[in-house]
Design a protein around this ligand. Structure first.
Ligand code: C2E
Ligand code: MG
Ligand code: MG
Length: 431
């Protein structure tokens, strides 16, 4: 099996397409992969995987009614081929071809069922064939993830794997982290004692001021960082700045004040995370209990032994652990119970309706009751008006966060409005 080179690939596909057009037929690009290739290599060896791939390719090339032209073979059982089919029968002809590719294989005298994942892209008469190659490839990557062993046709309306925007966003985030750290900064939102109006903590929230795009939302930046490994340097930057800020606030905050820092579960998978945390606390001479790490997905946490090891080490270090956005789907009381969690932040969605909907009120009261039963400190998120605050207080919730109590602001601005003036503004004087 000799793969053609990249340069001959262009000519070959274009020639095939021109031939198809001249005959009034259609060129299909067929990207395929042996999804159980890694298993075949593990059990029977890499050469057996090559042989298996060659056999699937041979079936395509020598197909009785729809012969394929092999364009390229990649490692671990992937290949790209082209077939010329009749326009009005393209789907049925492709099905015939693929059915043969999916027949039982014989590998070292044993029968092996090939899981052949196929992506198909029909070439238009007047387009750049390389666009079709790109689409076939990205459709295959998505199919391998979502529908292994199936056949996926690319549609022109399909989203690609990632837009060019995603690529440049990642590059720009890497540039910000390595060369322009001033583009990244933290805003701080107060966590407030709902009875007294005092600021008992602050949540550090990432802000990214991109030189041309302007402000990029933290969820966009964090998602891009999680996809690319940049979450590790990003998390380190956030942690270092937040702990440095805690050190700078020494003497200005109430006893027991805690800095909340959001952390991605992916960061917690790193074996060295807890050691890195100890080093940061040491560098700024900040006691571990002043820090509260907010984590979102409890399900992921409880099931991953690497994460559990990190969480245990952080707990031993004395760092507080909190669950963020509780009530949004990923968190469950059962998982909470298995983890050394001391704080639960009840999501805004559970707070927004309590003053207007009796059903929401009842639900939130029940959730708060459960959380209190397991001994968690509860912080209500997203309090937007005085009524919501009053209802939460009546339900026994004493800590909250939200635009009504204070928006995310710069470190200097956090204490500029005193807790006394906040208390007056929110009608809590004398409480
Ligand atoms: P989160 O941790 O749940 O943070 C609360 C979000 O709700 C913040 O959005 C905050 O500005 C917003 N918020 C606060 N009070 C209210 C309110 O009363 N009403 C409404 N509508 N919204 C309110 P933000 O700053 O856009 O952050 C979004 C999310 O991005 C955060 O949600 C967190 O999951 C993530 N994030 C932010 N900074 C970091 C970070 O440094 N690391 C990681 N891993 N994630 C971060
Ligand atoms: Mg948070
Ligand atoms: Mg939250």
């Amino acid at each position: 099996m000799t793969p053609t080179t990249a340069s001959s690939l262009t000519g070959t596909i274009e020639e095939l397409r021109d031939r198809a057009v001249a005959e009034g037929r259609q060129l299909l690009l067929v990207a395929a992969s042996l999804s159980n290739g890694p298993d075949i290599a593990d059990v029977y060896g890499v050469r057996s995987l090559d042989d298996s791939t060659a056999e699937v390719v041979r079936r395509a090339q020598e197909h009785a009614t729809v012969p394929c032209h092999l364009l390229r073979v990649s490692r671990l059982g992937g290949f790209l081929a082209a077939a010329v089919v009749d326009r009005d029968r393209s789907v049925s002809q492709l099905d015939l071809l693929v059915a043969d590719m999916r027949e039982m294989l014989e590998v070292r005298g044993e029968r092996v069922w090939p899981i052949v994942t196929v992506a198909v892209r029909a070439c238009h008469d007047d387009e750049d064939v390389w666009d079709a190659v790109r689409d076939a490839r990205s459709t295959l990557v998505i199919a391998q993830r979502d529908t292994p062993g199936g056949t996926s046709w690319h549609h022109d309306s399909d989203e690609g794997l990632g837009s060019g925007l995603g690529l440049t966003l990642v590059r720009d985030l890497a540039v910000a982290l390595t060369e322009q750290p001033d583009e990244l900064h933290l805003a701080y939102q107060p966590v407030v004692d709902l009875r007294r109006g005092t600021t008992t903590g602050a949540e550090a929230l990432l802000r990214w001021q991109h030189p041309t795009r302007g402000a990029v939302g933290p969820l966009v930046a964090v998602e891009a960082a999680e996809r690319t490994g940049l979450i590790h340097p990003l998390g380190r930057l956030v942690l270092d700045r937040a702990v440095a800020q805690l050190a700078a606030w020494r003497g200005r905050v109430v006893p027991g004040f805690r800095m909340h820092v959001n952390v991605s579960p992916i960061e917690l998978r790193e074996a060295s995370y807890a050691d890195g945390m100890a080093a940061v606390l040491d560098r700024w001479d900040v006691p571990a209990p002043q820090l509260l790490l907010e984590i979102t997905e409890t399900a992921l946490l409880a099931d991953d032994p690497r994460v559990l090891r990190t969480i245990t080490a952080l707990h031993e270090l004395g760092v507080g652990l909190g669950i963020d956005d509780f009530g949004t789907g990923y968190s469950s009381i059962r998982h909470l119970h298995r983890l050394p969690i001391d704080t639960v932040k009840v999501d805004r969605s559970l707070v927004s309706g309590i003053a207007t909907s009796p059903a929401d009120f009842a639900l939130t009261r029940a959730v708060l009751g459960l959380l209190t039963t397991i001994g968690a400190t509860v912080v209500a998120e997203g309090i937007e008006d005085a009524q919501q605050q009053a209802h939460l207080l009546a339900m026994g919730c004493t800590l909250g966060q939200g635009y009504h109590l204070g928006r995310p602001v710069t470190a200097d601005a956090l204490f500029a409005g005193s807790s006394w003036s906040r208390a007056r503004a929110t009608g809590m004087l004398g409480a």
